[in-house]
Design a protein around this ligand. Sequence first.
Ligand code: DSN
Length: 440
Amino acid sequence: MADEVQRLIQLEKKRQTDTLQMIPSENYASAVVRRVMGSIFTNKYAEGYPGKRYYQGNIVVDELERLCQDRAKKLFGVEHANVQPLSGSPANLAILKAITNPGDIQLSQHLYTGGHLSMGWQVSITGEYRPAIHYHLDQSGEVDWAELKRLAKKHHPKLIWSGGTGYTRIFDWAKYAQVADSVGAYLVADISHIGGLVAGGAHPSPVPFVHVVMTTTHKTLRGPRGAIILVTAKGLAKDPDLADKIDKAVFPGVQGGPHMENVAALAVALQEASQPKFKKYAVQIVKNSAVIAQELMDRDYHLVGGGSANHMIWIDLSNKHIDGWTAAWGLEYAGIIANRQTVPGDTRSPYYPSGLRLGTPAITTRGMREKEMKIIAGWIDLAIKRVQLAVKTEYINIGSEQKNLDQADRKRFKQAMAEDKVLLTIARQVKSLCRRFPTP
Ligand code: DSN
């Protein structure tokens, strides 16, 4: 019922307003983007592409989609843009379909060291569809280049994926290209996390080095949920039909009718991302992330990658003797929303991993800067210390090493943390900081 949904929207609004959204893949879309997402374009079927639709009544929609394509091409400096993918996973499946044939191999970053499901992990359709092998990040958080080269040489993949969901350095696109070109593979950059940093000029663009770029549109790019696939000049030089193959793979290969309300909102977001203000925003995201990273390292936190050169802070909690699950829940009760993540060399499972991932895109959108980052880093440390103490002595009593907590331990821990005075005090302070930095 609409009134029930309305109540939930209000509750979620309060949550998003009064707590710190620090999941690195989340952001606040602008009010205009959100309004356009709710526009009447949602009523329209538009299977096909501009000039060749399978439904009538698409003269306006054609103009809209062309506008969105043009803005994407201009912003990223590419030859071709498909703006229809509903999200990153279908986009990556479409890329795989366009580029590979049965028997071809894909090579991607291992899921446990920051790779993504949609780049050939077994439980994903992309892993069922084509065989995949994986390279890792080393203990320092850098791509294991020697392993990547060795695997490429041995298996001759048709497609090499660069990028994923865990990486805190600046991608060396030229190095990836060297490996891919040496074995004649297509190189695809999944820049979902750093799309906004690339658009804003705060990170180098993969465009001169790769054949295809995919980015989701709702992370640092700050648009509606969705994805775009970009074909570069290098891609068209390798295969002049590549753009056409990508389009056919998206529709009718993977998807049916595009969500035109999202395409409309994306056109708005791309325009926003081309403004000088957005460049400043992208630079500030990186500065903010570096401050939190440094503050945490000064407090003896081990960060994957030895710091943060982008929007992401990736903590290995092994030396804190707690897992990412307990840390993430402790932080949530303190009003800081993060997400847990495996780390290179992790011996724990993805559900109870050794790491934690934090990010600055959303809090930077609110206008927070270095001064606030220092305060936030202090709160993160305080909350994690509280969790450590709780796990070690008060509620679970396991000594200095975290054992594999059973479900009863975890339930007791959560109940205790939900009422913990230290965490509740931090949550109150977080709320009062948040009130000074309104959400869009
Ligand atoms: N779920 C996204 C992330 O958090 O990195 C990737 O799909």
